[in-house]
Design a protein. Structure first.
Length: 508
């Protein structure tokens, strides 16, 4: 037999699709190794890795013309993930292993020159696809933790070509069935701060609790040293863990960029890119399209410190993802979409020197420089932020006080309240694809954020007096809905709307 077919996977965006690795060995032709089917550079280079790995593992490499076709031919194949299926296809086509041993299997893995099987990216979405379609995954041992995430998946993990072929030849071949349980890898980092260690800033802590409960975007504005970064570092500690469905979704994004080969994410991701980041780095893209920071922060937090220092074009690219929860990257080959439902936590100084409007130090900026600095963040982007907090420095006497502040909740206490509010939202939006109040579509705001006539008049007067846009009004209602959930109230009351209004940005 001179022909063999082996299954593999191509992950385009977050969407896996089956790839047929077809191997044909031509007897009457000069020795040559060709790969067709839109192979990327790493796939082209697999020729030398496959040749050396087959020989190093003790198998016979055919000194003939080998043609490998990766079908469908109109989908670009990237990465070293096809090394293993190509090698097995050659062994099958040369009758060194039976082809029926490879049916209903999906093979993934990079080969070293010595025949070892190395870990690859994208194993988690490939595992989910395989379970849904009844395939058995054969992947590197390095990716075993990812395979264990997908409950009910039949898989085989191996770290060497020789040992894998020996296992496949075995008459009593047994596969492992994943339990869906795995060691978590994203515990809280040391730089995160417990709420109980933050003195003062009660209004800001309340606002952050509301933002965490409803998945709202928040902007912290204040002079240097007032606690903006400290509050941002405390934010992740009050967020509830990811649900199992969210874990699979978030971990799949991190899998395709090679960030979680050791296990599943249970804590919500926190991304804090520097203001020198490019547009492609933030929203995704590049020559080889990859998710950006906003997708890596999916279901978690995107912290942008020194908000106005980011290039305006980079910030403007956030507008559509913040509204839709998804980013679509267009290329000649087509469109690729990545989920991007993140909570934006931004912080900024009042001016370039940081002291405009404060009594700490004299501001050295001209009014023109102050206006130019603050105008770097456009009105439409500001309109997409739900909560605005202006912070003043905490008095030194309070900071140095030896007395323990009474009534300061720990992050654990706040997280419990946040979790209860999110549980209410889960029941409210069950089966609708919406998870938090911030995601309520415009068509459903009236349904889920219904208010009484007196409350409606309060909001109408505030909207007219402050010049709030329709989008801003909807965001006030969503924040009020979250405040009501935190209070355990089924109805949105006047005090809930009044509190939500005080978090809106009003230009003087």
């Amino acid at each position: 037999m001179n022909f063999a077919r082996v299954n593999s996977i191509a992950v385009v965006g977050l969407t896996p699709s089956l790839v047929d690795v077809e191997v044909n060995i031509e007897e009457q032709a000069l020795p040559k190794f060709e790969i067709v089917g839109l192979p990327g550079k790493a796939v082209e280079e697999s020729k030398e890795r496959v040749r050396s790995a087959i020989k190093s593992a003790g198998f016979k490499y055919p000194n003939k013309k080998i043609v490998v076709n990766l079908a469908p031919a109109d989908v670009t194949k990237e990465g070293p993930i096809y090394d293993l299926p190509i090698a097995l296809g050659i062994l099958c086509a040369t009758n060194q292993i039976k082809n029926d041993k490879l049916d209903k299997h999906i093979f993934l893995g990079e080969l070293s020159l010595s025949g070892e099987i190395r870990g690859v990216r994208g194993v988690l979405p490939a595992g989910i696809f395989s379970r849904q379609n009844g395939y058995i995954v054969v992947a590197p041992t390095d990716n075993k933790q990812e395979l264990e995430i997908v409950e009910g998946l039949s898989y085989l993990a191996s770290n060497g070509l020789y040992s894998l072929v020996s296992t496949l030849k075995s008459e009593s071949l047994e596969y492992r069935i994943s339990s869906g349980q795995n060691q978590n890898i994203d515990e809280f980092k040391e730089e995160y701060i417990d709420f109980k260690f933050i003195k003062g800033q009660e209004l800001a802590k309340r606002a952050i609790e509301i933002a965490a409960a409803g998945g709202h975007n928040i902007l912290l504005d204040g002079p240097p040293g007032c606690g903006k970064s400290l509050l941002a570092k405390a934010f992740p500690t009050i967020l509830p863990d990811l649900s199992h469905e969210e874990q699979l979704e978030v971990s799949s994004i991190h899998s395709i960029v090679g960030l979680n080969q050791q296990g599943i994410l249970s804590k919500r991701p926190v991304r804090s890119p520097h203001h020198s980041i490019s547009k492609a780095g933030l929203v995704g893209g590049g020559t080889k399209i990859k998710p950006g920071e906003i997708s890596l922060a999916h279901r978690g937090v995107l912290y942008l410190d020194e908000f106005p220092e980011f290039p305006r074009s980079v910030l403007e690219s956030l507008r559509q993802p913040m509204e839709d929860g998804v980013v679509t990257i267009s290329r000649v080959m087509g469109n690729i979409s990545f989920p991007a439902k993140f909570m934006l936590v931004a912080s900024q100084n009042p001016c370039p020197c940081g002291y405009y409007g404060t009594n700490i130090k004299e501001c050295k900026c001209t009014l023109t420089n102050v206006n130019r600095y603050r105008s770097k963040v456009s009105g439409p982007l500001i309109d997409r932020i739900d909560i605005f907090i202006s912070l003043d420095p905490v008095k030194i006497e309070k900071l140095l006080s030896a007395e323990e502040d009474e009534g300061i909740d720990s992050s654990k206490d706040v997280r419990e309240r946040v979790k209860l509010a999110r549980d209410i939202q889960s029941l409210r939006f069950e089966g609708q694809g919406t998870i938090t109040n911030s995601e309520i579509p415009v068509s459903k705001v009236k349904q889920y954020c219904e208010i009484e006539s007196d409350t409606r008049q309060l909001l109408t007067d505030a909207g007219n007096n402050y010049g709030l846009s329709a989008r801003a009004i909807n965001r006030v209602l969503k924040v009020a809905r979250t405040i009501a959930d935190l209070a355990g109230s089924h109805n949105i009351k006047s005090e809930h709307v009044a509190e939500a209004l005080q978090y809106r940005k009003v230009e003087s």
